[in-house]
Write a protein that binds this ligand. Structure first.
Ligand code: ZN
Length: 298
């Protein structure tokens, strides 16, 4: 009896180079304005020109931010707190997995707040949504953020974002309802607190972890199976195989309860800062729109 050849479960498709090749027709007509636009650097299914696309993003900016402030920003805190509560009932190994996921939520929240800051700062150059959704936590982006924000007072941060500072609002204190002044002062404090917590991401191990998480989700609770590696009993590690460098990287992290409490507190401060930064920006937009009732851009 001849041995049956094992069939390949996922037969390989021949690579079709023409999918990625440039197209013969590189010009299309925009569905919104009718103008011709170049398809060269876009997906061939693109239907609108770049200016129309930017305008459509600007049109949903307020609604997006309002929704994000109410839901998306808070989501990181909701998940992290639920994980933290579930830790109490988990066994020691599961606690490590949960701990790592809490740190991931810290990284996600930090990325969002940095993205929001940079997007607001660049809002006159490109749609806020474009910067916000394309922002990626990486060594260069974190270093750039640090240069923008480290050692700055809250008023300097707000001035950098072209938003009213506490000094501006203090100067107009007699004209502003007391409740609104207090809300403003609270928001300013929350923003600088959150930014301070985000800067902690600029510690090698967290950045390497953020980078590693893009490539791997494989966790380990001990390293005795790896030559010349060791970790403490309260640590968990991410295992990343870097094929190009032919190295196996491990990023270990302490996930004991006091450490996780620090992360939970940071997530709380960071999400509050995102919410208040959006509140402040939308409030300023509303005020400017009231003062300047010109048609067009609001
Ligand atoms: Zn167009």
């Amino acid at each position: 009896m001849s041995r049956q050849q094992p069939t390949e479960p996922y037969p390989r498709q021949p690579y079709r180079a023409d999918i990625d090749a440039r197209h013969d027709i590189a010009i299309a007509n925009c569905e919104d304005c009718g103008d011709e636009f170049d398809l060269a650097n876009t997906d061939p299914r693109t239907r609108v020109c770049a200016p129309c696309w930017d305008r459509s993003l600007e049109a949903i900016e307020i609604a997006f931010l309002d929704n994000y402030a109410r839901f998306g920003a808070k989501a990181h805190r909701t998940v992290a707190e639920a994980l933290f509560r579930s830790q109490a009932l988990a066994d020691p190994d599961d606690r490590k997995v949960i701990g790592m996921r809490i740190v991931e939520e810290y990284l996600n929240a930090a990325q969002d707040l940095m993205a929001l800051y940079v997007a607001l700062r660049r809002r006159h150059e490109q749609p806020l949504l474009t910067t916000f959704t394309n922002f990626e936590l990486s060594a260069p982006s974190v270093a750039a953020f640090r240069i923008l924000t480290a050692g700055r007072t809250s008023d300097e941060l707000l001035r950098d974002l072209q938003l009213p500072t506490l000094a501006d609002v203090d100067a107009a204190r007699d004209d502003i309802p007391r409740k609104e002044w207090r809300q403003f002062a609270g928001a300013v404090l929350a923003i600088s607190n959150g930014i301070e917590r985000v800067q902690k991401v600029d510690q090698g191990v967290l950045l390497e972890l953020a980078d590693g998480l893009k490539q791997s989700t494989a966790l380990t609770h001990k390293m005795d199976w790896l030559p010349e590696r060791a970790m403490n009993p309260d640590q968990v590690a991410l295992v990343v195989l870097n094929q190009r460098r032919r190295v196996l990287l491990t990023h270990s992290l302490a996930v004991h309860e006091p450490q996780l409490e620090v992360f939970i507190d940071a997530i709380d401060k960071i999400t509050a800062a995102a919410r208040d930064l959006i509140w402040l920006y939308l409030h300023v937009r509303d005020t400017v729109a009231l003062e300047d009732p010109q048609p067009g851009r609001s």
